[in-house]
Design a protein around this ligand. Structure first.
Ligand SMILES: NC(=O)c1ccc[n+]([C@@H]2O[C@H](COP(=O)([O-])OP(=O)(O)OC[C@H]3O[C@@H](n4cnc5c(N)ncnc54)[C@H](O)[C@@H]3O)[C@@H](O)[C@H]2O)c1
Length: 421
C-alpha cells in the first residue's frame, strides 16, 4: 500500500517506477526519465491598463526530447508552480509515446488569473512570456498549444511574437492556432473527440453501452463541453456537470447544446446562472457523488483523492483531464473494480491533432476535416489496442499498461541514441 501521496510529481514518479519495475528495466536505462531535461522560470514584467507595472511568473519545462521535439500546452492559472508544470511535462512525454507520435513532452504556465485581466493585458503578458522563452521554442524544438485558460487567440499571439523575432512567419511554432494563420480543421474538440473514440473502443470489451448511460462531468471548458456534446449526441444522459462556478443537475439529462450556447454567451464563460426546467444547482465539490455509469474529470489535476475514490459511484472513469487521480485513489478504485481509462491514453486526441497541424505547417499543406478525424480515430484505436493488449497479457490495470507501453518506447529511443557525450 503506497503512502498518501499528494505531490503530483511524486505521484507521476510512483507510476513511472512501478512501470519500470514491471518492465524489468535497468535503473541505468530509465534513471534520467525521473528528471526533466530543462526547466525555465521567467519573470514577466507587464504594464497593466492602469499604467503600473506588475511582474508575473512563467514556466516552461521540457521533460524529454528523446523521441522528437518537445510538445505540450500552455496554462494560465494562479494554481501553478514548477512542480505541477514538471509533472504535466512528464505526462505529455508518456502521452506522445502511448499514441506513438514523434514528439517528446513539455508544458508551460503563467501564474495569473485571466478572469481578472483585460484582453490587452493578457496579450502583453503572452507576448513578453513568448519573448522570454524564445530561445527554447520553435518547430524543431518545442511547440506550445492551448491548455487551461488559453485558446487559439493566445496561440496566435505567440505565433506572431515568435515570427516577429525571426523576421518571417513560423506557423509551426505553436498548434491550436486560428485556421487563418495555419491552424488545422478538427483541432478544436479533438481532445473530447478522442475521449469518445476510446470509450467506444472499450465499451464492447467490458459490456458497456453509451446509449442511455448516465454521465457526470467535472469541468465544462474546451474539453469537457465538447465531449459532453458528443456523448449526448450518442445517446448518453449527461445528468450532472460542474465548472469553477458550481454544478447543475437534471435526472433526465441536461440539454448540452443549449448549455454550450449559454456558456458561450455568458461573459464569465461559465455555467453560472443557467436555468432550464428540471435543472437544479449543487456545490461543485459534490460532482463526484452522483450515481452514474461514467464519470469524467475534465477540469484539472489531483481531483480524485483517496476519500473521493471511496465514495465515487460509477463503473468507469475516463480521465480527460491530465493527472486527475492520485496514486492512493488508484488502488481504491481498482479494489472497487471501477475501470479507470488513464489520461495518457484517453486525453491524447488534442496532442494527435496538434501533431497533424504541425505536419501540415512544415509541409505547407491543408487537410480536410474528414482526413483529420479519420486519422485521429485510427491513431487512437491503434493506441487503445496496444494498451489493451498489455493490460491483458501482463494482467495489469489500464494505467499501468499505458505507462509500460510509453516507458518502454521512451527508454528504447534513449538507448538507441545513447547517453551524450
Ligand atoms: N485543451 C486540450 O487540448 C487538452 C488536451 C488534453 C488534456 N487537457 C486537460 O483537460 C483539462 C481541461 O482543459 P481545458 O483545455 O478544457 O481547459 P479550460 O480552461 O477550457 O476548461 C477548464 C474547465 O474546468 C473548470 N474548472 C477549473 N477548476 C475547477 C474546479 N476546481 N472544479 C470544477 N471545475 C473546474 C473550469 O471552470 C472550466 O470549465 C486540463 O486538465 C487539461 O490539462 C486539455
Amino acid at each position: 500500500m503506497p503512502k498518501e501521496i499528494y505531490d503530483s510529481y511524486e505521484n507521476m514518479l510512483f507510476n513511472l517506477d512501478s512501470a519500470a519495475k514491471k518492465l524489468g528495466l535497468d535503473y541505468d536505462d530509465y534513471l534520467s526519465l525521473r528528471y526533466p531535461e530543462r526547466e525555465l522560470v521567467v519573470s514577466i514584467p507587464v504594464v497593466m491598463d492602469n499604467n503600473h507595472v506588475e511582474v508575473f511568473t512563467g514556466y516552461r519545462v521540457q521533460y524529454s526530447s528523446s523521441r522528437g521535439p518537445c510538445k505540450g500546452g500552455l496554462r494560465y492559472s494562479n494554481d501553478v508552480d514548477i512542480n505541477i508544470v514538471k509533472t504535466l511535462a512528464a505526462l505529455m512525454t508518456w502521452k506522445s509515446a502511448v499514441v506513438n507520435i514523434p514528439f517528446g513532452g513539455a508544458k508551460g504556465a503563467i501564474r495569473c488569473d485571466p478572469s481578472h485581466l483585460s484582453r490587452e493585458e493578457l496579450k502583453r503578458i503572452t507576448r513578453r512570456y513568448t519573448a522570454m522563452i524564445l530561445p527554447l521554442i520553435g518547430p524543431e524544438k518545442d511547440i506550445p498549444a492551448p491548455d487551461i485558460n488559453t485558446n487559439d487567440e493566445v496561440m496566435g499571439w505567440i505565433m506572431d511574437t515568435y515570427s516577429m523575432f525571426k523576421g518571417y512567419s513560423v506557423p509551426g511554432v505553436v498548434t491550436g492556432k486560428p485556421l487563418e494563420i495555419g491552424g488545422t480543421l478538427g483541432r478544436q474538440g479533438a481532445t473530447g473527440r478522442g475521449v469518445v473514440y476510446i470509450i467506444n473502443d472499450i465499451a464492447p470489451l467490458i459490456g458497456f453501452s453509451l446509449v442511455g448511460a448516465k454521465v457526470a462531468i467535472q469541468g465544462f471548458g474546451k474539453v469537457g463541453s465538447i465531449l459532453a456534446q458528443l456523448l449526448a449526441h450518442q445517446g448518453s444522459k449527461i445528468i450532472a456537470v460542474c465548472d469553477i462556478s458550481g454544478g447543475i443537475y437534471r435526472e433526465s439529462g441536461l440539454d448540452i447544446d443549449d448549455l454550450i450556447k449559454y456558456v458561450n454567451n455568458n461573459p464569465s464563460k461559465t455555467i453560472k446562472g443557467y436555468k432550464s426546467p428540471g435543472v437544479t444547482e449543487f456545490p461543485k465539490e459534490e460532482i463526484f457523488y452522483f450515481p452514474v455509469d461514467l464519470f469524467i474529470p475534465a477540469a484539472k489535476e489531483n481531483q480524485i483523492t483517496a476519500s473521493i475514490a471511496k465514495k465515487l459511484n460509477t463503473k468507469i472513469i475516463a480521465e480527460a483531464a491530465n493527472g486527475p487521480t492520485l496514486v492512493e485513489a488508484d488502488e481504491i478504485l481498482e479494489s472497487r473494480k471501477i475501470i479507470v481509462i488513464p489520461d495518457i491514453l484517453v486525453s491524447a486526441g488534442g496532442l494527435v491533432v496538434s501533431y497533424f497541424e504541425w505536419v501540415q505547417n512544415i509541409q505547407s499543406l491543408m487537410w480536410d476535416e474528414s482526413e483529420v478525424n479519420e486519422l485521429l480515430m485510427r491513431i487512437m484505436k491503434r493506441a487503445f489496442n496496444e494498451v489493451w493488449a498489455v493490460h491483458q497479457q501482463r494482467e495489469v490495470n489500464l494505467r499501468m499498461a499505458a505507462y509500460m507501453l510509453a516507458i518502454d518506447r521512451v527508454v528504447k529511443a534513449k538507448k538507441i541514441r545513447g547517453v551524450f557525450p
